[in-house]
Write a protein that binds this ligand. Sequence first.
Ligand code: SAM
Length: 313
Amino acid sequence: MSLPEAFSERLEKIVPREQFDTIIRTFDTPKRVTFRFNPLKTTATELEAELAREAIPYERVGWDILEGVYRIDPSDKLRLTQTKAFYEGRLYIQNLSSMIAPVLLAPEPEETVLDLAAAPGGKTLILAGMMQNTGWLSAVELQRERFFRLCDNLKAQGVTNAHTYMTDGRSVGKKCPLMFDRILLDAPCSSEARFKTFDEKSTSYWSIHKVKETSKLQRRLLLSAFDALKPGGKLLYSTCSFSPEENESPLQHLLERHGEHLKTIPLTLPFDNIQKPLERWGKEIYDERIQNAVRILPTDTIDGFFICLLEKI
Ligand code: SAM
């Protein structure tokens, strides 16, 4: 199976030309599996001892900005998911680019934090860990089935500061204006970065029409997040899509409406497979503040991702 032709053609115009062939090949093989210890239930040292007892070979990722992150070969994934540590929530399997988003938002204990599109809850878990299960963490999810999965996950992982809401994130800004110190909007997207040529289902829902429809939803979610944010508060916008319609464009829309109250914050990431956002796409020329965002390019371990950190001024 191959990638949708229109997707590949667009990707070629988005990523650096000289890296296109390497990037396209990353869709052909399963990514190495990464996971993190759950600080609400154990320590990194204890988890390492547990993995050694189970004879699971792991490698430390060794980031300064987040401790206790590990990598294993995809062939060991099944065994990892059969360990007690996995069942009892002492580790959580998650791609590295997904771990980075909540870390860059950097919530602190006792803050009021909103995760506006939260299920299945991998990023909510990191937020709760950074907040040391204190303060107030609202987790919103619209889809019923995913909402219950979110609730189950948070319970299994020992999260006690989260308040879960099955509601439309687009309505939250009006219901809770100026309420949150930090907001994560890991937006629903076309999931282009999760495409796999060996999994037909991963691409079957994709079309340019879908990308454009999703872009409209993302714009409205961003406006809602802006309304819910306190002055001085921080908002992190992320997607696992490459499309500018889902990344630069919703941010452009937000800056056109509320630009005088927003600045973007430059980001430092613990890896170098990143690219600056586009300056233009089609007829759109993007606000130069968007240049502080990053597009993470996929590797054999890291999923493609897009991240922008904003502050309300
Ligand atoms: N942050 C999650 C994590 O790391 O586990 C992944 C979030 S996923 C990219 C986006 C989520 O937004 C999906 O679960 C989707 O069902 C949900 N969603 C879609 N439309 C929404 C809306 N209008 N309001 C709130 N959530 C929505």
